[in-house]
Each structure stands twice: as C-alpha cells, then as structure tokens.
Design a binder for this molecule. Structure first.
Ligand SMILES: [Mg+2]
Ligand SMILES: [Zn+2]
Length: 168
C-alpha cells in the first residue's frame, strides 16, 4: 500500500496562531487541498494525516476540542468522497521530549506498525512546514514542501499543493 502522508494545519485546512486556535470550532478547508486529495486518492494512494497538536498539552485547546475538529474534518472530507485511512496526532508539549512530534518519526513508525503493508519507498509526506519535510528526510521518504525550501535531494518545493499531482 502506498500512502500520502499529509500535514493538516496550513496544508489541508487553515492554520492560525496558537492563541487563536483556542477559539476555533470548525476546520476551514483549502479548495486546492480538496482537489489534490481527490486526485491523490484516484492515483491509488491511501491518505493518512500526521499532525503536531502541541496545542493540546500546552493548553491552547482541549483534547475534546481537537476531537471535535477532527470529527468535522473527517465527515466533511468523506462527504467530498475523500477517505482518510487514519489520523495520527502528537498532543505533547514542544519541550516534552516525546518521539512523535514532527520531525521525530514516531507517528509514521506507529502507522507502519498498524498498517504493515505500507510501502514507505512508494509513499510521500507533504506539508507547509520545515518539520514536515524534515520528517520525510528522517524517514528517507519523498517529501514535498509547500513554500518550504530544502536542498535535500528527497524533497521538492511546491508553490501550491495542487502541483503535487505532477510528481506522483
Ligand atoms: Mg502545517
Ligand atoms: Zn508526541
């Protein structure tokens, strides 16, 4: 199984400052992301979301709030015909020293344990932050940075998420 690992905030939905997240109840989708997810799915990839949610343990949002937004996100995407195989999130504080916060590889290795048929060499990671492409590099996986630069040969910089389609 080949997987498109997607960052969530700033990649699929609107991102905010940490303090503004406290007041957000609904995910706001990027239209280009919806179109891209559909196309990625059509090309035979399963889709897994990999998201840092230090907002939880740092007290900006509650776990309840995270789950509520996640549920709305999945139901909206499912209504668009996009099936998300799974979502992995890291709730830990940035200074907590966990091994799941991106660019640490914990969430991907957890996904690989849960779905042993994932072929990492046919998969990719895409996101709008340096931690996303650094995660790809740490996994020796193809990475796509949306407006993020990297000189690493595994990583391609995109100006828009929809440009992904020409590479997969
Ligand atoms: Mg992001
Ligand atoms: Zn963590």
């Amino acid at each position: 199984m080949k997987v498109g690992f997607f960052d969530r905030d700033g990649t699929i939905i609107e991102d905010y400052t940490d303090s503004k997240w406290s007041y957000i109840d609904n995910p706001v989708f990027f239209a280009d992301a919806i179109r891209t997810l559909k196309e990625v799915q059509q090309r035979g990839y399963k889709i897994i979301i990999i998201t840092n949610q230090y907002l939880i343990n740092e007290g900006f949002i509650s776990l309840q709030q995270y789950k509520k937004i996640n549920k709305k996100l999945l139901s909206e995407l499912s209504g668009q015909g996009i099936n998300i195989l799974d979502v992995f999130y890291c709730p830990h504080r940035r200074n907590e020293g966990c091994n799941c916060i991106k660019p640490q590889t914990g969430m991907i290795t957890e996904a690989m344990e849960k779905y042993p048929n994932i072929k990492i060499n046919e998969s990719f990671m895409i996101g709008d932050s340096k931690v996303d492409i650094d995660l790809a590099i740490n996994m020796n996986m193809r990475g796509f940075g949306i407006e993020v630069d990297s000189s690493h040969s595994n990583v391609i910089k995109l100006t828009n998420i929809s440009d992904l389609i020409s590479y997969i």
